[in-house]
Design a protein around this ligand. Structure first.
Ligand code: KIV
Length: 266
């Protein structure tokens, strides 16, 4: 088993090898993903929607992120572990960003942090990177800016916006980020960005030309209830399997066939 490191992602881009990233929020899921050949585990603030049942990620706290990252890290031995900085954990000041980003590394076992960024947070990336904290940037559709964007909408449409995102991607690289998530932008723009920067891009709803792809674990295994965004592909229907198991358990308890002799003690 070879540990995936931050420099490995850069090398993968140089070698034209695709990067695979998946979210995890708990220990058993982390163990499962770690046993696969997925490169990166992201403890995303999407846990607000996926685990906490919130309508969006805005309410997720730093303590919750540290808790989930800590339990994921206990079962992550091989994959690179990224902790997602939640809303208002870095926006107030660079000092706040340093304090919270270092909590991820010191308290939770994360090896890097992800930040949803716009032009205002370029300095923050530089300060974290100089302090030795590997930063994954995230541009395009940034769910923490949901209200500003007026909903979950494809970003970077139109020449002006596309130009802005291209500039932003280059600036994120220049400030020292080691990788960049591109969310819900036109595939042609994602291709141009990917070809214009040396750090790897990891796409979600950004088409096939990114250096890697990320999906939310619960979406890709088919545990999330429909409808799901267009960019999700369901690789299994775990929800159906689980519902069937629950229905069978319930039926057997009610008809008295569970527990059977082999399930109890004399
Ligand atoms: O929070 C998250 O899970 C994310 C990924 C979907 C990129 O930001």
């Amino acid at each position: 088993m070879r540990k995936v490191t931050v420099p490995d992602l850069t090398q993968k881009k140089a070698a034209s090898e695709k990067i695979v990233m998946v979210t995890a929020y708990d220990a058993p899921t982390a163990a499962l993903i770690d046993a696969s050949d997925v490169d990166v585990i992201l403890v995303g603030d999407s846990l607000g929607n996926v685990i906490q049942g919130r309508p969006n990620t805005i309410g997720v706290t730093m303590d919750e992120m540290v808790y989930h990252t800590k339990i994921v890290s206990r079962r992550t031995k091989r994959a690179l572990l990224v902790g997602d900085m939640p809303f208002m954990s870095y926006q107030a000041s660079n000092q706040q960003a340093l304090t919270n980003a270092s909590r991820f590394l010191k308290e939770s076992g994360a090896e890097s942090v992800k930040l949803e960024v716009n032009e205002q947070y370029l300095d923050t990336i530089g300060i974290l990177a100089k302090a030795g904290i590997p930063v994954m940037g995230h541009i395009g559709l940034c769910p923490q800016s949901l209200h500003l964007m007026g909903g979950y909408k494809v970003q970077g449409r139109g020449e002006g916006e596309a130009h802005r995102l291209m500039r932003l991607a280059k600036d994120v690289e220049e400030r020292g980020a080691f990788s960049l998530v591109l969310e819900s932008i036109p595939q042609r723009l994602a291709k141009s960005i990917t070809e214009s920067i040396k750090i790897p891009t990891i796409g979600i709803g950004a088409g096939p030309h990114c250096d890697g792809q990320v999906l939310v674990f619960h979406d890709l295994i088919g545990l999330t209830e429909e409808p799901m965004p267009r960019f999700v592909k369901k690789y299994a229907n775990v929800r159906e399997v689980m519902l069937k198991a629950l229905a069978e358990f319930s039926r057997e308890v009610k008809e008295g066939t569970f527990p059977g002799q082999e399930h109890y003690y004399d």
